[in-house]
Design a protein around this ligand. Structure first.
Ligand code: PMP
Length: 426
């Protein structure tokens, strides 16, 4: 355990690690663990999409000609296939566009410009508004709030989801209008919300009558281990008398092709007509040919499950390798802890307080690109400067191994530097 070493032992260790870091730099590596993109082999799994729906395949089950305008809510057969995985009844599910992030953006913009069902007014007319942000969390949720002028209130994540005592305390403020949730294999912690967390989110009383849970179920079917069940937040909210509380989001970005998948929105009938009402002024309908293509390739929930098992086979070794390398190099060092997610795209690494930015710098010097320290917090500021998000999906297995070996060295080096500094200050 590095934290128990005496000053002289730390100095010796520092010299060894510096040498090792120098040799790492000399290797001229160019590795990248930054963005959660599917690898080329994962995209290959969906190659059949490129020849679907085929020259004669433009007619949907209900006779709709996919080539023409219309069908704002999206193709029923595709919505049926994703209704189970996303836990939304078919008639309350919308299939639209290729990006769920875009749908989240649209919902917030419409809340700001027009107001939500059950709302006294558009959000800003009541003064500044805020959203709860479980941290560490997804940087693009935070960037969206920042862009649209919505304050962010961090809430700590626990192993069961956001700290619900804190959430229940904060929603007593009327300016708090929503919460970002990635309920399954959360980005970046891999946490799956416990049934009691979901129940409390559905049941809690909020001061804002138009409070919304932004349920970004981006990794609904993205298991690498045993699939974890998730409580049905939409039904629970309705049962607890808050039928309009939840906006469910999802997409096939990490199921089929990240750049040309299909996105989904699910909610109460009132919220669905609210959103479609706004869509109807923007477009005459979504790309139904892409939806047909997806419906033919993934006709039901069983097909989705089988397809995701093939993704898991490609991703599992990468997650296992990260854990093995970190365990080997840092298991006894007392200066790092990390997650062992059962799904999703990320590993969350916590280093010694005050060291994350330095680790990212040291790794960058050695040609290993890491997500900037702080990215998992609102405004890019991690108050403890300790969290680093690792995204192992895109590089090959050997590169993941090399990158994490190098990273582990940087974690140890930054920790020894820090401990020596702390010793001098004491
Ligand atoms: N939500 C989360 C939690 C994500 O991790 C990602 C992708 N990194 C997205 C949304 C983006 O989804 P989409 O491609 O559907 O816009």
């Amino acid at each position: 355990d590095l934290t128990t070493l005496a000053h002289t032992e730390l100095s010796t260790r520092l010299a060894v690690l510096h040498d090792e870091h120098g040799r790492l730099k000399d290797r001229g590596l160019s590795l990248n663990l930054t963005r959660g993109k599917p690898a080329a082999e994962q995209l290959e799994l969906s190659r059949p999409l490129l020849s679907l729906p085929g020259p004669d395949g433009h007619t949907a089950q209900d006779g709709t000609d996919g080539r023409n305008y219309g069908g704002l809510q999206g193709l029923p057969e595709l919505r049926a296939a994703f209704s189970g995985p996303l836990q939304v009844p078919v008639d309350q599910l919308v299939a639209f566009g290729n990006s769920s992030l875009e749908l989240m953006y649209e919902c917030v913009v419409d809340a700001v410009l027009f107001g939500l069902p059950g709302a006294p007014a558009p959000w800003p007319r009541e003064g500044r508004t805020a959203m709860l942000c479980p941290v560490p969390g997804y940087d693009r949720h935070f960037a969206l709030c920042e862009k649209l002028g919505i304050d962010m209130i961090p809430v700590p994540m626990t192993a069961d989801g956001p700290d619900m005592d804190e959430v229940e305390r904060l929603v007593a403020e009327e300016r708090v209008k929503g919460i970002w949730c990635v309920p399954k294999y959360s980005n970046p912690t891999g946490v799956c919300y416990a049934p009691e967390t979901v129940r409390r989110l559905a049941a809690m009383e909020t001061a804002a009558p138009d409070f919304r849970v932004f349920w970004d179920n981006a990794y609904a079917v993205h298991h690498v281990g045993e699939g974890a069940p998730l409580a049905d937040v939409l039904s629970l909210s309705a049962e607890h008398g808050h039928p309009d509380r939840v906006f469910v989001f999802g997409s096939t970005s990490k199921i089929t092709m990240a750049g040309s998948g299909v996105a989904f929105f699910g909610s109460s009938p009132a919220n669905v007509s609210w959103l479609l009402g706004h869509f109807s002024k923007r477009t005459i309908g979504p790309d139904k040919i892409n939806q047909l293509r997806h419906a033919r390739f993934l006709p039901d929930a069983a097909a989705v499950r089988a397809h995701m098992e093939r993704h898991a086979e490609l991703l599992r070794p990468k997650f296992e390798l990260i854990d093995a390398v970190l365990e080997k190099r840092l298991g006894d060092a007392g200066v790092a802890s990390w997650t062992r997610p059962q799904g999703g795209y990320f590993v969350s690494l916590d280093v010694l307080d005050g060291c994350a930015a330095r680790v990212v710098e040291l790794a960058g010097d050695a040609g290993i690109a890491l997500t900037p320290a702080g990215a998992t917090f609102p405004h890019g500021k991690d108050p403890r400067d300790r969290n680093i998000r690792l995204a192992p999906s895109y590089p090959g297995l050997a590169e993941v191994g090399d990158a994490v070996e190098g990273l582990a060295l940087c974690v140890e080096l930054a920790a020894v530097e820090r401990l020596l500094e702390a010793g001098r200050a004491a």
